[in-house]
Ligand binder design. Structure first.
Ligand SMILES: CC(C)(COP(=O)(O)OP(=O)(O)OC[C@H]1O[C@@H](n2cnc3c(N)ncnc32)[C@H](O)[C@@H]1OP(=O)(O)O)[C@@H](O)C(=O)NCCC(=O)NCCS
Length: 287
């Protein structure tokens, strides 16, 4: 019978290999671009989430109590928690290990009194779709992972997000998302994820961080699309990704008309209280 325990630094290397192989084998089978191009890239994410006190990470161990079968993470930086990445060794899948790892992060959320938990479900994986639904997650949105094209020139009124902007980020996230995301953004600044904030006159009307980790809000779809194109103009190529809910037709079209390319689909799923974000919004891989 597999067992679950919190992740430790000694687990990062085997978890990175499993993460790389689990996503790689699934994505190759479906002809979808890989999320992780190497074990090292997977290791960076596992190491980042494993060592960040805003996250809780768990590993599943085999019958011998030593062999690692998979891992899962949940982020608690702010009021809403985000799950992932969850991966199980391809040789150990479909035997209930994924369910135990999901139950572990949901138990941790309950223990901390955090009822709102969200995730992006890899749409090609019917197994995780079924598992999350059984565990109480509701489907909210189909999303496209999109590679925005860099803008040809700078966007007027856009400036890099700095620590001084955190109170504005707090206000914008509360207004658009109905919950603060300021601690998450403070974490982006610490790891050097480049983000931009947009002002119109004296008002700050939106912000955006790229990549799987990032998210964004703005008062209009045009502003959010323009911010995303401006941001990737200033960000290294590995950050040129963003997740767009397809229910936001105008935002999707605005990014496509700026040269954005679709990569694959996700399902945005939530458990606990949920109010749909307002105006133009971009979720992260976790929430
Ligand atoms: C997602 C993943 C972690 C699941 O791990 P796993 O150990 O295979 O999952 P489990 O065996 O615990 O659970 C699979 C569940 O899906 C169900 N299932 C699988 N295929 C199904 C289908 N086509 N229809 C209905 N149910 C299905 C199983 O019955 C089981 O549900 P149950 O526990 O209620 O019986 C694993 O597939 C993985 O690592 N995938 C690659 C990475 C990935 O896609 N991560 C998730 C991103 S959203």
């Amino acid at each position: 019978m597999p067992t679950i325990r919190p992740i430790t630094p000694a687990d990062y290397a085997p978890c990175a290999r499993i993460c790389f192989e689990a996503f790689g084998s699934l994505q190759d089978r479906h002809g979808v671009e890989r999320d992780f191009d190497s074990v090292e890239t997977a290791g960076m994410v596992i190491g980042l989430f494993g060592s960040d006190t805003a996250f809780a990470g768990f590993v599943a161990l085999g019958d011998d109590g030593r062999t690692i079968l998979g891992s899962n993470f949940i982020g608690f930086a702010d009021q809403v928690a985000g799950v992932g990445p969850i991966t199980v060794d391809p040789s150990a899948q479909s035997r209930g290990v994924g369910r135990m790892l999901m139950q572990a992060v949901l138990n941790e959320a309950a223990r901390r009194g955090v009822p709102q938990v969200r995730l992006q479900q890899e749409a090609i994986n019917t197994s995780s779709l079924s598992l999350y639904t059984r565990l109480g997650f509701d489907w909210r949105e189909a999303c496209v992972l999109l590679r925005p094209a860099p803008a040809e020139r700078d966007l007027e009124g856009a400036r890099p997000v700095t620590e001084r902007d955190l109170p504005v980020i707090d206000g914008l996230s509360r207004r658009h998302y109905h919950a603060p995301r300021v601690n998450e953004v403070a974490g982006f600044l610490k790891i050097g994820l480049p983000g931009f904030i947009l002002s119109r006159g004296r008002r700050d009307v939106g912000y955006f961080f790229p990549s799987f980790l990032g998210h964004g809000f703005a008062e209009s779809p045009e502003d959010l699309a323009a911010l995303a194109s401006h941001t990737v103009r200033h960000a290294p190529p590995q950050f040129h990704k963003t997740i767009v809910p397809l229910g936001q037709h105008e935002l999707h079209r605005a990014l496509m008309s700026r040269g954005g390319r679709a990569i694959k689909l996700f399902n945005y799923m939530t458990t606990g209280p949920y109010r749909e974000p307002v105006s133009a919004w971009i979720p992260s891989i976790g929430m």
